[in-house]
Design a protein around this ligand. Structure first.
Ligand SMILES: [Zn+2]
Length: 341
């Protein structure tokens, strides 16, 4: 029902972004209204925390009630953590960005998506009848302000702490850790938001620059929960989501996609929310970014966000063959500037 966007504008948009033509794609490739969004990404400046808050409030104000905004906690330095919500569908999808302060582009993509959804439109409306989108942008605002990975907790101690800086936020989502006892308030806020809404989750990061086996630059790596104990339905949905993302980015020529060689800590969001029986996916954009490629990487994240929303709304994500996730190539050789999830 939703797959009716075949206007000239959509076709032109497809041609504009497709290197190989767009006629023979896999069944799972969404092709929805986001294809018409021919916006130009300006990244002369990334949003600081304050600028992001201003942008979120402006989006909410101008959305005619479509986008709501609430605070779900505070960082160690007292910055409010925001949850944006749009849509009225029974299925919930949660996107979180910038758990690592020095990985900003998912936040930029999320702001663009919220702006678009706030503007409304019939095509998006059909999607948002089926899905409710939740976004926690810039999960780690204190680290973001310093452009470092950790939160700000220089006196931290124990697991996943870097003394003088703070904790790795993306190690503190373990279901065994009670949010009330979580030493990382940013992770606890996401834990509580998850508990309230039981969403599927996609977590956006940057990695260094890697090459595939045939030498192409990898621009996106993705992965499903790899820890043992993830219930089968959640693992299946996570793998199906990865297939949709891979097919979509490959189909439209946005990115070389690989599997991310993710590790096993239970507190990594990808693992932790899978253990809670949710579809859970990690998306790693290429890091080591320059001005020139940043726009394309934001666009890539935006396409992942929009296409996942459509695939969940249509239910087409459930039609993807989860076994095909294993066909997504492994990440190739390291080029420069490593990060991990
Ligand atoms: Zn990261």
């Amino acid at each position: 029902m939703l797959r009716t966007i075949t206007t000239a504008a959509a076709t032109a948009a497809m041609l504009a972004v497709t290197a190989t033509g767009a006629s023979a794609g896999p069944q799972t490739t969404p092709n929805g209204p986001w294809l018409q969004d021919q916006q130009h990404v300006s990244l002369e400046r990334l949003h600081s925390y304050d600028e992001m808050v201003t942008a979120l409030k402006q989006i909410q104000r101008q959305s005619d009630g479509r986008v709501s905004l609430e605070t779900i906690g505070q960082s160690n330095e007292g910055r409010d953590l925001y949850l944006a919500k749009v849509g009225r569908g029974p299925t919930k999808v949660l996107y979180i960005t910038q758990q690592h302060g020095n990985e900003p582009l998912g936040t930029e993509a999320a702001l663009q998506l919220l702006q678009r959804l706030g503007n409304g439109g019939a095509e998006w409306g059909a999607i948002l009848d089926q899905v409710t989108l939740l976004v926690v942008p810039k999960v780690n605002p204190d680290g973001s302000e310093r452009f470092w990975r950790q939160n700000y907790d220089p006196d931290c101690a124990g697991a996943f702490c870097t003394p003088g800086r703070g904790f790795d936020v993306n190690r503190w989502h373990d279901p065994a850790v009670d949010p009330a006892a979580n030493p990382v308030p940013e992770a606890a806020a996401v834990q509580r938001a998850f508990a309230r809404h039981s969403p599927q989750l996609v977590d956006y990061h940057h990695q260094g620059s890697y090459r595939s086996a045939d030498g192409d630059m990898i621009t996106t790596s993705i992965f499903w929960p790899s820890v043992s104990g993830v219930p089968e339905p959640a693992l299946t949905l996570s793998r199906q989501s990865c297939v949709v993302i891979s097919d979509t980015l490959t189909h439209y020529g946005f990115a070389e996609v690989s599997q991310y060689p993710g590790t096993l800590p239970r507190g990594i969001a990808r693992n932790a929310y899978g253990l809670r029986d949710a579809g859970s996916v990690l998306v790693e954009l290429r890091g080591g970014i320059g001005q020139k490629s940043s726009g394309m990487l934001v666009r890539t994240a935006y396409i992942v966000m929009a296409s996942m929303l459509e695939a969940v709304a249509e239910g087409s994500v459930h039609a993807a063959d989860p076994a095909r996730a294993d066909d997504i190539p492994l990440r190739g050789g390291f080029v420069s500037d490593p990060h991990d999830e």
